[in-house]
Design a protein around this ligand. Structure first.
Ligand code: G1P
Length: 289
């Protein structure tokens, strides 16, 4: 069955303070895992679900994102004339996508960033992908979420169990497991561990319905003084069901230095070009630790 999710919003306006000084003048979304920037993993994940229309919410110092998804004529010419066909194919494979870039004029939070996409989304459901959260590309999380959407025609949020001591880094839900998915009853953004309703954390994949915009418009600043998506969904769940899918694959928090390094090591070990040499290096290195 063809999915009704045709568009994705990719918030990419964050300041990337956890990666300073690397992110002083370049977008954190352009940090590479092996040889591909974080944002491209997000785009490819959506493409695997048939999504070809994207709205990217950017801000200051983010122009490299537009260049990355633009056609690079001179580079193409050079690769063509030197017979580097596979590289040429690699840099061309995203050329057919429709990507609109919108600037979030001030850093008012994730909820506000998503609200910036409203004029372009029409009356359709859409995916939201936070590129800091890298999901193992072999695990079709977004596809599973879209089939849950098709079943219930309701918003779907990806969830992961996290240690109780880390609940204050995430949106945390309260819900009941019913037939393999959580029916969410409440949620709270970055609660302190003693106030969290569970240890089920929202991770950066959402299927949202257009009615969320009305709730985003009416949000006051929440955790961290920002307009929070979680707060809008907390209001929305009082009016309609929202489902949570506990993910069953590997996620890396690439917005965090340690998570970023873990993703780099795992992805290098999966790369046909690097795996052997890198494994050998790691074995030798581990013996010296
Ligand atoms: C955002 C959301 C939070 C979610 C997290 C997942 O927080 O606000 O609810 O748990 O992404 O990565 P951020 O990491 O942008 O502070």
């Amino acid at each position: 069955m063809e999915s009704s999710i045709k568009k994705a919003v990719l918030p990419a306006a964050g300041l990337g303070t956890r990666f300073l000084p690397a992110t002083k003048a370049s977008p954190k979304e352009m940090l590479p895992i092996v040889d591909k920037p974080l944002i491209q993993y997000a785009v490819e994940e959506a493409m695997a679900c048939g999504i070809e229309d994207f709205v990217m919410i950017t801000g200051k110092n983010k122009r490299a994102l537009e260049d990355h998804f633009d056609v690079a004529y001179r580079l193409e010419e050079k690769l063509r004339s030197s017979g580097k066909d596979s590289l040429l194919e690699e840099i061309n494979k995203l050329n057919h996508l429709n990507i609109a870039f919108i600037r979030q004029k001030s850093p008012l939070g994730l909820g506000h960033a998503i609200l910036c996409a409203k004029p372009f989304m029409g009356d359709e459901p859409f995916a939201v992908i936070l590129s800091d959260d890298i999901i193992d590309p072999d695990y079709p999380l977004l596809k599973e979420m879209t089939s849950i959407y098709e079943k219930f025609k309701a918003p779907v949020i990806a969830l992961e169990e996290v240690p109780q001591s880390e609940v204050d880094r995430y949106g945390i839900i309260e819900g009941k497991l019913e037939g393999g998915v959580y029916k969410i009853s409440d949620m709270v953004e970055k609660p302190s561990p003693d106030k969290a309703p569970s240890n089920l954390a929202i991770i950066g994949r959402y299927i949202l319905t257009p009615d969320v915009f009305e709730y985003l418009e009416n949000q006051k600043p929440g955790a961290g003084g920002e307009i929070q998506l979680t707060d809008a969904l907390k209001d929305l769940v009082k009016k309609r069901p929202i489902y949570g899918l506990l993910m069953n694959g590997k996620r890396y928090d690439a917005g965090d230095k340690l998570g970023y390094l873990k993703a780099t090591v795992d992805f290098a070990l999966k790369s046909p070009e690097l795996a052997e040499g890198f494994k050998e290096f790691l074995f030798k290195k581990a013996k010296t630790l």
